[in-house]
Design a protein around this ligand. Structure first.
Ligand code: CMC
Length: 431
């Protein structure tokens, strides 16, 4: 824990309380209120955690005003350009970029865990074919603790390590199986001679009846999508994983909880919702109608892929994603894709509209990712599972950091109760 260098004084009804202040290596100072309840008998109130740091972490840093995202200090645009997903996984998990032998060892450990227990195939067959792949993913990842119970002891460092590698290795296999199952095609086993992203494309798009060649440019774009989603500090799903893990639950159960949280349209579900919105808009002439709806307080409609709790400037991931979308669509010869045209014009009009500029609403990572994924051949229902498999490393890194923290306490927020005070039960005849 960092040392307190200064303190804040809180005065309530004439009584003063000294609260230590900690200075992080980057970002705003934090006021430590842990002893406030014991000293004053009062809670703080912060629904949505807009002003609350829930943990100490040295994994990821976001400067929302600058539009900067750093993993272990390295900017996301440099990692997206020069690194690759498995190297970023190593960085997030272990804190430093790997040497060549360390990378080789890590890659081989991940590659050797890509297959899932054969009995999982039967487990999949219990789902309805028309289930959303996210529904299947939540169930199957939760069930991993039943299939891999030899790596669920969180007090055993080796088991924690094996569980981490298993999840990073198997999530693409499970996500691809959820997809294959939903379209009635046979499961495709992983190929360990392929890199992580190519193997995922292979498991999604190969069929036993034909040979399938992975396009290296698409594999690179896929890898970049994984990299851009790898971690994002204490977002809703990561906080869910930490909260679940704070009770001592096993990591498979915790990651399943994170996947459930990610599914919502305000979070990871936004990529599916965004592409569906762009398709619903359809043509550029309809954009003003949708912008007007987004600004109308009486209409619940929001521009999906716009706005962020932390970024009050461009989401740096969106900038890389936009460039990638251009490259992929050009490669596929669909640069005049109508959805991309609508996206670009919508972005232009929104960024020239005071409603969006004054509220600092900029395109986020989900604004362009769906266009690339659709061009690659993924249905919209697979967008959020792809986000989930990419984010798995972030969830695990944050979970591992929390488990290793000597100050770990079960997460247990308090409340501002506004319900009925004590009253006596009445029999039904007298109500
Ligand atoms: N379209 C129109 N208005 C918006 C939008 C939007 N997309 N986002 C925020 N606003 C308005 C909102 O109505 C509010 O206005 P006012 O101050 O007049 O009441 C103001 O901007 C602040 O919004 P908020 O809901 O208080 O902000 P938040 O930090 O709680 O929410 C958000 C952040 C991402 C949930 C929100 O911007 C949103 O719903 N965006 C659309 C969904 C989306 O794209 N989500 C993906 C986020 S990035 C990937 C990820 O983390 O998973």
């Amino acid at each position: 824990m960092v040392e307190s260098t200064k303190s804040a004084t809180l005065t309530i009804d004439g009584k003063s309380y000294d609260l230590p202040i900690y200075s992080p290596t980057a970002g705003p100072d934090v006021i430590d209120i842990r002893k406030l309840y014991a000293q004053s008998g009062m809670f703080t109130f912060d629904p949505g955690f807009t002003s609350t740091a829930s943990c100490e972490s040295d994994i990821t840093f976001i400067d929302g005003a600058k539009g900067e995202l750093l993993h272990r200090g390295y900017p996301i645009d440099q990692l997206a350009e020069k690194s690759h997903y498995l190297e970023v996984c190593y960085l997030l998990l272990y804190g430093e970029l790997p040497t060549a032998p360390e990378m080789e060892d890590f890659e081989s450990r991940v590659t050797n865990h890509t297959m899932v227990h054969e009995q999982m195939h039967n487990f999949f067959r219990g789902f309805r074919r028309d289930a959303h792949p996210m529904a299947t993913l939540v169930g199957v990842v939760g069930a991993m603790s039943a299939f891999y119970h030899d790596s669920t002891d969180i007090n055993d460092l080796m088991q924690r390590e094996i569980a981490s590698v298993r999840m990073i290795a198997k999530l693409p296999t499970i996500a691809a199986m959820a997809y294959k199952y939903s379209i009635g095609q046979p499961f495709v086993y992983p190929r360990n001679d392929l890199d992580y992203a190519s193997n995922f494309l292979h498991m999604c798009f190969a069929v036993p009846a034909e040979s399938y060649e992975v396009n290296p440019i698409l594999a690179r774009a896929m890898d970049r999508i994984f990299t851009l989603h790898a971690d994002h500090e204490q977002n809703a799903s990561t906080s869910t994983v930490r909260l679940a893990g704070s009770s001592g639950a096993n990591p498979f159960a915790c990651v399943a909880a994170g996947i459930a949280c990610l599914w919502g349209p305000a979070h990871g579900g936004a990529n599916q919702a965004c592409l569906e919105m762009l398709q619903e808009i359809g043509t550029v002439d309809r954009i003003p109608e949708f912008i007007a709806r987004a600004k109308d307080k009486n209409d619940p409609f929001r521009l999906m892929g716009f706005g962020h709790r932390v970024y009050k400037n461009f989401d740096p991931r969106a900038t890389v994603m936009k460039k990638s979308a251009d490259e992929v669509l050009e490669l596929l010869g669909v640069e005049n894709n109508p959805t991309l045209q609508v996206a670009k014009e919508l972005e232009r009009q929104a960024l020239n509209d005071p409603y969006f500029t004054e509220k600092k609403l900029f395109p986020n990572v989900d604004f362009y990712s769906g266009i690339i994924l659709e061009a690659m051949g993924f249905p919209t229902s697979m967008f959020t599972p792809i986000f989930a498999l990419s984010r798995t490393v972030g969830w695990i890194s944050q979970w591992k950091e929390m488990i290793g923290d000597s100050q770990l306490k079960i997460g247990r927020p308090r409340q501002l109760y506004t319900g009925a005070t004590r009253r006596d039960y009445t029999d039904v005849e007298t109500r």
